[in-house]
Design a protein around this ligand. Structure first.
Ligand SMILES: Nc1ncnc2c1ncn2[C@@H]1O[C@H](COP(=O)(O)OP(=O)(O)OP(=O)(O)O)[C@@H](O)[C@H]1O
Length: 301
């Protein structure tokens, strides 16, 4: 599987503090990937490094095998919508579209005009007079009309109302299907991520904590409910990521190497939200490709 984006021990320092450090991950070509993590985890820093707006202080970042910022050709293949969706405020929407067409050799004018029409965004309105949600929609249109091979979106739906958010995600999926674009978008909305993404990157404190296919990650994790069991005395269930107890009952979220047939446990699927929250709550847990080192608190399966 070739990678659209790959980082190796990537680090970026802001003064004396590291915004990202020891971050290794990959996003396969053709995937729709979610970049998830708490505030300040390093998501925007990673996206800015990927687009070449920041330079690494350590390690490497590669987009389609090349260092971002090295070639104009690569710049043309990457679309980026920054968190605050900056647009020239004195330009009308039509002028922004025209600018896009002049600056990008692969520009698709029909796509831009058609989509803006569907969204009812007036072409003669200045960007500075659009609502936050409309600005986000225009910024996305400008990014996709480039027909990029890789689309990087920093919290693109944060300013949108729920209906617009759903419409935005559906449009994004349509574009991905039509153009085969690889997408990496940061989001705090785990429900959206579960519905739309096939690849997951969880970043925590500047490095990647979970990287992999959503289907595989969901298949590897299970919720177990059984009679009250003493902490640590779980046999044959895999790695325990989260446990909670009542007087009578124990609930575990586990990473397992295979099916669990133990009669004591009622086994059910996990949601992506459960999985992400379990990893974020346990700083030592990781699910990364290659050799995986996990804290073995339970008796391994
Ligand atoms: N320009 C900057 N100067 C100094 N520190 C910065 C700068 N930009 C980011 N940081 C710090 O780097 C760390 C990572 O920030 P980043 O914006 O990448 O996080 P994030 O995951 O995108 O957060 P959020 O979800 O809140 O947008 C944070 O500790 C942040 O305070």
């Amino acid at each position: 599987m070739t990678s659209a984006l790959e980082t190796t021990d990537l680090g970026k320092r802001y003064g004396r503090d590291w915004g990202l450090r020891g971050c290794s991950l990959r996003v396969p070509v053709g995937s729709v990937a979610a970049l998830v993590g708490p505030n300040g985890a390093g998501k925007s820093t990673l996206l800015h490094l990927a687009v070449g707006l920041l330079k690494p202080d350590e390690g490497e970042v590669r987009v389609f095998g090349k260092a971002p910022g090295d070639s104009r050709e690569l710049l043309e293949q990457v679309g980026f919508v920054a968190q605050d969706t900056p647009l020239y405020p004195d330009f009308t929407v039509a002028e922004l579209v025209k600018l896009g067409s002049k600056l990008n050799r692969t520009w698709d004018d029909d796509l831009a005009v058609d989509r803006l029409g569907k969204l009812d965004i007036p072409l003669d309105r200045k960007a500075g007079r659009l609502s936050g949600g409309q600005r986000a929609q225009v910024a996305l249109v400008l990014a996709i009309a480039k027909r990029p091979r890789l689309l990087l979106l920093d919290e693109p739906v944060a300013a949108l109302d729920p209906l617009a958010r759903r419409e935005f995600m559906q449009a994004l999926m349509g574009i991905v299907a039509d153009q085969g674009t690889t997408v990496l978008h940061s989001s705090h909305l785990l429900g959206d991520v579960e519905r739309t993404c096939d690849w997951l990157v969880v970043v925590r404190k500047g490095s990647a904590q979970v990287v992999g296919s959503v289907d595989e990650l969901l298949a590897e994790h299970r919720t177990l409910i059984g009679p009250r069991t003493r902490e640590g005395e779980y046999s044959g269930v895999g790695t325990v990521l989260r446990e909670s107890h009542t007087d009578k009952q124990t609930t575990l979220l586990v990473r397992t190497g295979g099916p669990i047939h133990h009669p004591a446990w009622n086994v059910s699927d996990v949601t992506l939200e459960d999985l992400v929250l379990a990893y974020l709550a346990d700083p030592n847990a990781a699910a990364l490709p290659g050799p995986v080192s996990l804290p073995q608190r339970g008796v391994g399966a």
